[in-house]
Design a protein. Structure first.
Length: 283
């Protein structure tokens, strides 16, 4: 007999009486749905470009700040530590004020901090800038995923979520190409990679600003308004439901953490291998 907590790891098969073929679903998407998906994908790609700017320029940062490798990589650790703070802050803002302007603001914050990282003169300034960047970085995934996926038909979300996730690999490869081709040709050296990443993030913010708010969010807000739900009540309900979820699905939560840990180790190693292959080919 399989233990019940192991059976819970396998989601129940969902049956839909009116399910459509995937190709038909994709052809039925409107330009707004495609545009929202692209803006979410591009935001996630920007996240990768900005994050990997440090790991791609470690040797140059060593020379700039006269620090060993393990000291330079402290910036990466701090970025990841503060990422959870950003996820909480921008997640709350997203539920309160929508998917559009919180993502625009998030991308602008990331762009400013990435730009500032290219102007620092001391290692302490660099660490402070990357720590604050971690807060901005933490909000990108949730906002990008909701922007890209929640307005799509259910039948298309599986494929779309896979394409969305690969935006991170694309971002790493773009950063590697920029570091390979642009950085050696500029007097600013490693700083030019940070400035280019900031420009791409700001460009993505402009794209999102021109697109409409999520229809799913607007419908949810209309329902809340009709019920007279207040912000304080929503917070209490969220805390209560989160507690119930952890009690009932704690195994799934642990599984999800382990899954994400593996996702950010093995696939990123593959990205690095691909980047090395691109460099060897002299793109």
């Amino acid at each position: 007999m399989t233990p019940s907590f192991l059976k819970n790891l396998v989601p129940p098969r969902e049956e839909r009486a009116q399910a459509r073929p995937l190709l038909q679903v994709l052809l039925s998407l409107t330009w707004v749905q495609w545009a929202l998906f692209f803006s979410g994908w591009l935001a996630w790609t920007c996240d990768a470009i900005d994050f990997f700017s440090v790991s791609l320029t470690v040797s140059q940062l060593q020379a700039q700040f006269n620090k060993p490798t393990h000291t330079i990589t402290t910036a990466i650790t701090l970025t990841l530590l503060f990422r959870s703070v950003g996820a909480v802050i921008f997640g709350i803002l997203s539920d309160r004020f929508g998917r559009k302007w919180p993502l625009v603001g998030n991308l602008v914050v990331v762009a400013i901090l990435q730009l500032g990282g290219g102007f620092v003169n001391t290692f302490s300034q660099f660490l402070a800038c990357r720590s604050l960047f971690g807060i901005g970085m933490g909000g990108i995934w949730g906002l990008a995923a909701s922007t890209a996926l929640e307005n799509l038909p259910v039948e298309a979300r599986g494929l779309a979520s896979g394409v969305l996730q690969q935006g991170y690999a694309v971002g790493y490869l773009l950063a590697a190409c920029i570091n390979l081709k642009l950085v050696p040709e500029t007097a600013a050296q490693w700083r030019s990679l940070f400035w280019t990443g900031a420009g791409i993030s700001l460009f993505t913010a402009v794209i999102r600003a021109f697109l409409p708010e999520s229809e799913v969010f607007l419908r949810a807000k209309a329902i809340e308004k009709a019920k007279g739900t207040s912000t304080g009540k929503k917070t209490r309900v969220f805390i209560k439901e989160s507690g119930e979820m952890l009690k009932r699905h704690w195994v799934l939560c642990i599984y999800a953490v382990l899954l994400m840990t593996g996702m950010f180790s093995i696939p990123l190693l593959r990205c690095r291998i691909l980047a090395v292959q691109l460099i060897m080919l002299r793109i």
